[in-house]
Design a protein around this ligand. Structure first.
Ligand code: F6R
Ligand code: MN
Length: 190
């Protein structure tokens, strides 16, 4: 019987400073890519007239899509605000809704917005070094940098999970994370 173990695929080295994992593809999201995500649309358009900063990057290792396979990505969200709302990721559900994900904090200070797709109930969970956040299936997730240095984390998910952005783009998260008195606060969007 032939071995399924391909040791050359077993080890990867990631660089938290550049957000890269070897030569794995890296997606870069700039402020202009995040139209519709922030609550204060005037502040968003105003910010864009000055600059189009890099908000976050994700390098993903996504080799095989077999039953039982895992994929993983290294995310880096830069510090910043649009109005009083912290820099964030687009956020998504998994196309395969039952797929869970494990986020592992590497550097910086942040939070995850977890929103149950059915009830639209939102939870705020800290994402920090030496801690892991379990994102259950059927849960929209968005990551937010609430600190002053890049927030770096690893996400590990079933290879079959896929990404569903359209549902979020249409209805958005029910809650937002703003800076109030220098601290993060979750409030309802409207
Ligand atoms: C994968 C996953 C993360 C995100 C990353 C960027 O399922 O949750 O690797 O892809 O945090 O966020 P999005 O994909 O929402 O732009
Ligand atoms: Mn995910």
């Amino acid at each position: 019987m032939s071995s399924l173990l391909d040791v050359s695929q077993s080890l990867s080295r990631f660089d938290p400073a550049t957000g890269t994992i070897g030569d794995a593809p890296q997606v870069k999201r700039y402020l202009a890519d995040l139209r519709g995500c922030f609550r204060d649309t005037e502040a968003y358009e105003r910010a864009l007239t000055h600059d189009n900063p890099l908000v976050y990057t994700v390098a993903a290792v996504e080799p095989a899509v077999g039953e039982g396979d895992l994929h993983y990505g290294l995310g880096v969200i830069y510090p910043g605000l649009v109005g009083d709302e912290y820099f964030l990721t687009k956020g998504h559900l998994h196309a395969w809704r039952a797929a869970a994900e494990l986020y592992i904090g590497i550097a910086g200070e942040g939070v995850m917005l977890l929103e149950d797709e059915a009830t639209e109930e939102t939870h705020l969970v800290p994402l920090q070094p030496n801690s892991a956040v379990y994102v259950p299936g059927h849960t929209a997730h968005r990551t937010v940098n609430t600190g002053v240095v890049p927030l770096t984390y690893l996400g590990v998910y079933p290879a079959r999970a896929g990404h569903e952005y359209d549902v979020i783009a249409e209805r958005n998260f029910r809650s937002v994370v703003i800076q109030r008195d220098g601290k993060p606060l979750m409030i309802r969007r409207n």
